[in-house]
Design a protein around this ligand. Sequence first.
Ligand code: FES
Length: 156
Amino acid sequence: MKLNYSLVTRRTFINTLFGGWLAAFAAGSLYALFKFAFPTLGKEPDFVVLKKADFLDIPVNSVKPFAWGGKLGLFFKKENGTTQALKGVCTHMECNITYRPDVKRFYCACHKGWFDESGKNIEGPPPKPLEFFDVTIEGDRLIVAKKGVKVELPKA
Ligand code: FES
């Protein structure tokens, strides 16, 4: 069957095309503006420099948070006094984790994921262990770096 007229007028077609182009342009502009306003959002650094005095004296069997770029980092002092730093983000869907000193485990409340003290995923959906960092002390600074990253700070 042949129609004598089109269901879409030329004007509607052109308006739809222009509207789509305008929407794509607006979305692209908003995205660029957002990235400009929050340049570090979601990015992770290779290392961070912290004040040693703020972290080394925390009680045993506890953690202290620090900013790992836009994510959570945790400085952890075990019961035996040894210290470690790790990314405080679950390996399942990137929720922040908490340390439960009563059971000496890390817990992710999003889907009930558990990690032991060494960061090994032991229960729930997390597919792999937590990410630990290298920690070095230079003077009054505590340098937390991704594994294998060499950090050379300028001498003060
Ligand atoms: S995000 Fe942690 S268990 Fe799902």
